[in-house]
Design a protein. Structure first.
Length: 252
C-alpha cells in the first residue's frame, strides 16, 4: 500500500503547490506510480501539470457527490504521474462539506479504494485550515510543511502544529510530520540565513536538510504546464527537488 503525503501550511505563497508538483515529478522519474490530488480551488497543481481547470470531473465530485476517485484521475504527459484535478467548483466544497455528517473522512474513504495503485500520493492543500485541508490531513499518513525563508516564516506554524495534534488525537492517529521544508531560500541574504537558523533551532528534528532555492526556472515552469525537472532538469531548482525526493524516501 502506498504512502499519502499532505502538503500543508495555512500561509499562502510558501511553495505548497510547487513542492507537490515537483516532488511528485521526481518520484515518478524514479520509477514509482505517483498521484497528485489537487485539493485547492485555485487548481494551480492541475495547471502546473498541463491540465485545464475546466476538466470534465474534479475532486469536487469526489468530496461532495461521492464519485469514486478512480473516475476523476487523469494521466498527465509525464510517465507514471497522474492527477485528480481541481476546478473552480471546489470552492463550494468548503461551504458544503460542514453540512455533511462525517465529511472529514470523505477524502480518506475515496483514497482507500485506489491506494494500492500508487506508491506515493501527494495532496496539495489550500492556504487555510478549513474543511478541505482537514480532509487532506485526515486522509494523509504524513504531512510536509513548506516554510518560506522570509520574516513571517514562523507565523502560524504553532497554530498548524496545534491543528495537526488535534487531528492526530481525534481523527487520524497515524498522521506524522514528515518534515518542514525551507523554500524560496536566497542564501546570499542575511534574512534567509537568519530564518533558516531560527526554524532549525525551533524544530531541530523536523526540518529537512534539503533547502529549495529561489530559482527562475522553478517560477517559469508552471507557465509551460510542466514540473521544473521537465522544464530545465539541470537547474538548481531541479537539483533541489531531486534531493528532496531522496530525503523523503529515506525518512520513509
Amino acid at each position: 500500500m502506498g504512502t499519502v503525503y499532505a502538503i500543508a501550511n495555512q500561509k499562502g505563497g510558501v511553495g505548497k503547490t510547487t513542492t507537490a508538483v515537483n516532488l511528485a515529478a521526481c518520484v515518478a522519474e524514479a520509477g514509482y506510480e505517483t498521484l497528485v490530488v489537487d485539493v485547492d480551488p485555485q487548481a494551480n497543481a492541475t495547471l502546473g501539470l498541463g491540465i485545464g481547470k475546466q476538466s470534465s470531473r474534479s475532486v469536487y465530485e469526489v468530496l461532495v457527490g461521492g464519485t469514486p476517485l478512480a473516475e476523476v484521475i487523469r494521466l498527465t504527459e509525464i510517465p507514471r504521474l497522474s492527477i485528480a484535478p481541481a476546478g473552480p467548483d471546489l470552492a463550494a466544497a468548503a461551504v458544503e462539506l460542514p453540512r455533511i455528517a462525517g465529511s472529514e473522512t470523505r477524502l480518506r474513504e475515496a483514497l482507500s479504494g485506489i491506494r494500492e495503485r500508487f506508491a506515493f500520493t501527494l495532496l496539495d492543500c489550500p492556504p487555510s485550515l478549513g474543511p478541505l485541508t482537514v480532509n487532506a490531513l485526515v486522509a494523509a499518513d504524513r504531512v510536509i510543511v513548506p516554510v518560506q525563508a522570509e520574516y513571517f516564516a514562523l507565523e502560524g506554524l504553532a497554530g498548524l502544529l496545534d491543528t495537526l495534534s488535534l487531528i492526530q488525537k481525534e481523527l487520524n492517529p497515524r498522521l506524522t510530520v514528515a518534515g518542514m521544508l525551507l523554500t524560496m531560500h536566497d542564501g546570499r541574504t542575511r534574512l534567509a540565513q537568519e530564518v533558516e537558523r531560527d526554524v532549525r533551532r525551533h524544530f531541530p528534528e523536523l526540518v529537512f536538510d534539503t533547502v529549495i532555492p529561489r530559482n527562475v526556472r522553478i517560477g517559469e515552469a508552471p507557465s509551460f504546464g510542466k514540473p521544473v525537472i521537465h522544464h530545465d532538469r539541470y537547474c538548481a531548482g531541479a537539483d533541489a527537488y531531486f534531493e528532496l525526493a531522496r530525503e523523503v524516501a529515506a525518512r520513509g
